[in-house]
Design a protein around this ligand. Structure first.
Ligand code: FAD
Length: 530
């Protein structure tokens, strides 16, 4: 039996230990609070030519996808490259325990918060833009641009010199840094490769705050890592983009198919031919009322009488969209050329529609659609987009099930489907390619109507996306996501496959504290990279 005084001492000890633990926890919480609240103060000590904003940063918690909204602690509006380098160096020197991360924000057209930084710093790259777009003529012309420049502004500047970049996205109000961190895919990709295949040189600030110029010849590992690198290895500051002579005009052609096999066979024939069109894309159209009537407002039917009898209602159709570039003195020749390029194709003859527009109007075509959608209040809705890269060997099965069963209509946003040639991609970049020499981009691009419980509601579209992804996984189609979004490390590992090791090695070389692009959710600061 214990002596009463012994039991008193024991009890007192327990009490003291508990009090000490509570005190320790309190101190830790207070220290953490002081630490977090002192971060803005510490940022104020960095010498920058631009400025930090600590309030009114809601814009940095928004993106085109409109599903993820995470406020940063601060936004840097840089005025010079050194502002970005100094900020990252500061965060790097704070070490792993600060938890502070940094995300470059281009035009904020990500879909799932990829340019956001929870309790971190967002760098507003557009503050650095449009100061010096420098065009260089000569045998191999190029343009030097700031990564925060919008492609539309680069186009305007280049056209003044009769030049233009070779490879595009469908929409030009995106920044150079944003598209080069992904790939930049459009109807020119089959012949020029994606935008990441058309870059001569980059200037990058790494996750340690070093400013490095890189290219195929100089610091090549960083150069290839950053291209398609989802912002993981450095912030692109400047890019040198390859140019070509710009045509003045474009013949823009649309034809319809009712059978996917015939449609895709023609698409593949066109992207593989030496002499072919300049732009090749395709659209899936399901049960679209009055399609041909809509086209008539901007396109001219080549067989008006036959075209007027054609109806799209209730049908699944595939639209092949093509362009041929030309200059005014080539007008006669181009019509002959188009005729001969179209002659082996098996589209529905009455559905040949053609129009002629300036090159700029064609390239900036989605902006015209944006203005219309904005006027109807349909631009700022959630966008549960799904972009997939499907190997040619599996595209027919994919089309049969997805376009035949899962997709029931295409009225609330386009569905694109077109093939590209793999040999135009550089496999040293961070971009992961599906198997096979040809693969298809399939892009489901809907907007969702808030609170709708119908097919056009967010919930319903997200479920449809899941069904498509599940089908691809179940049938082992070897599909890769473009603009990928995953929530677990295992999913990222599976996405990169055999290239995961290189991706992790580059991360530990260029951003070992995992400071950069936290919104991609690939690495977490302070977490082991392996
Ligand atoms: P943000 O959304 O701001 O950033 C995207 C990612 O890149 C983020 O992780 C960010 O941290 C990182 N990042 C941004 N700038 C830099 C930088 N300077 N250095 C390092 N990392 C950086 N894509 C195509 O390929 N083809 C298309 O045809 C196409 N059409 C589109 C049409 C519309 C209407 C929209 C909204 C998107 C389209 N996209 C297309 C997708 C688009 O390319 C990507 O969403 C792209 O990331 C958007 O660019 P952004 O400047 O808005 O980048």
């Amino acid at each position: 039996m214990n002596h009463p005084s012994m039991s008193f001492v024991k009890h007192n000890n327990i009490l003291m230990r508990r009090s000490f633990t509570i005190l320790l926890v309190c101190c830790m919480v207070i220290k953490l609070r002081i630490c977090i609240s002192s971060i803005p103060f510490s940022l104020r000590t960095i010498h920058v030519h631009g400025h930090f904003s600590f309030h009114g940063n809601e814009f940095a918690a928004r993106d085109f996808g409109n599903q993820y909204h995470i406020l940063p602690l601060a936004v840097l509006h840089p005025n010079k490259v050194s502002d970005i380098a100094a900020t990252i160096r500061h965060v790097w020197q704070m070490g792993p325990s600060s938890g502070l991360t940094v995300a470059a924000r281009g035009h904020g057209h990500s879909l799932q918060g990829q340019a956001q930084a929870p309790q971190g710093i967002v760098i507003n790259m557009e503050s650095l833009s449009s100061r010096e777009i420098q065009v260089y003529k000569g045998q191999f012309p190029y343009v030097d641009v700031s990564a925060g420049d919008l492609w539309i502004n680069i186009l305007h500047e280049c056209l003044k010199h009769g030049l233009a970049p070779k490879s595009w996205t469908d929409y030009l109000h995106l920044t150079v840094g944003g598209t080069l961190s992904n790939a930049g895919i459009s109807g020119q990709t089959f012949r020029h490769g994606p935008q990441i295949s058309n870059v001569n040189e980059l200037e990058v600030v790494t996750g340690k705050g070093e400013v490095i110029v890189c290219s195929d010849e100089k610091n090549a590992d960083l150069f290839h890592g950053v291209l398609g690198g989802l912002g993981q290895f450095g912030i692109i500051i400047r890019a040198r983009i390859a140019l070509e002579p710009a045509p003045k005009l474009v013949k823009w052609i649309r034809v319809l198919y009712s059978d996917f096999l015939t449609f895709s066979r023609d698409q593949e024939r066109l992207i593989s031919a030496e002499n072919t069109f300049d732009y090749i894309e395709g659209l899936v159209i399901i049960n679209k009322t009055g399609l041909i009537n809509n086209w008539r407002s901007s396109f001219i039917p080549q067989e008006p009488e036959q075209a007027s009898k054609f109806t799209s209602d209730g049908k699944t159709l595939f639209c092949l969209e093509l362009t041929k570039n030309f200059n005014p003195d080539e007008a006669d020749k181009v019509d002959q050329e188009i005729k001969s390029l179209l002659s082996p194709l098996s589209y529905i003859p009455s559905t040949l529609f053609v129009t002629e527009v300036p090159y700029l109007t064609f390239l900036d075509r989605v902006h015209a659609a944006e203005l219309k959608l904005r006027s109807k209040g349909l631009w700022d809705l959630p966008h549960p987009w799904l972009n997939l890269l499907v190997p040619k060997s599996k595209i027919n099965r994919f089309a049969e099930v997805v376009f035949g069963n899962i997709l029931t209509e295409t009225n609330n946003g386009p569905v694109l489907v077109y093939p590209v040639n793999k040999y135009k991609w550089d496999n040293r970049t961070s971009f992961v390619l599906p198997d096979g020499e040809i693969f298809y981009l399939v892009a489901f691009l809907p907007h969702a109507i808030p609170l709708s419980s119908e097919n056009d509601g967010l919930e319903s579209i997200l479920i449809r996306n899941e069904r498509i992804l599940y089908f691809c996984k179940f049938e082992i189609l070897g599909v890769k996501q473009y603009l990928p979004h995953y929530t677990t490390r295992d999913e990222w590992r599976a996405h990169f496959g055999a290239r995961w090791g290189v991706f992790v090695r580059r991360k530990s070389a260029y951003d070992p504290l995992a400071i950069l692009a936290p919104g991609q959710r690939i690495f977490q600061k302070s977490m082991s990279l392996l």
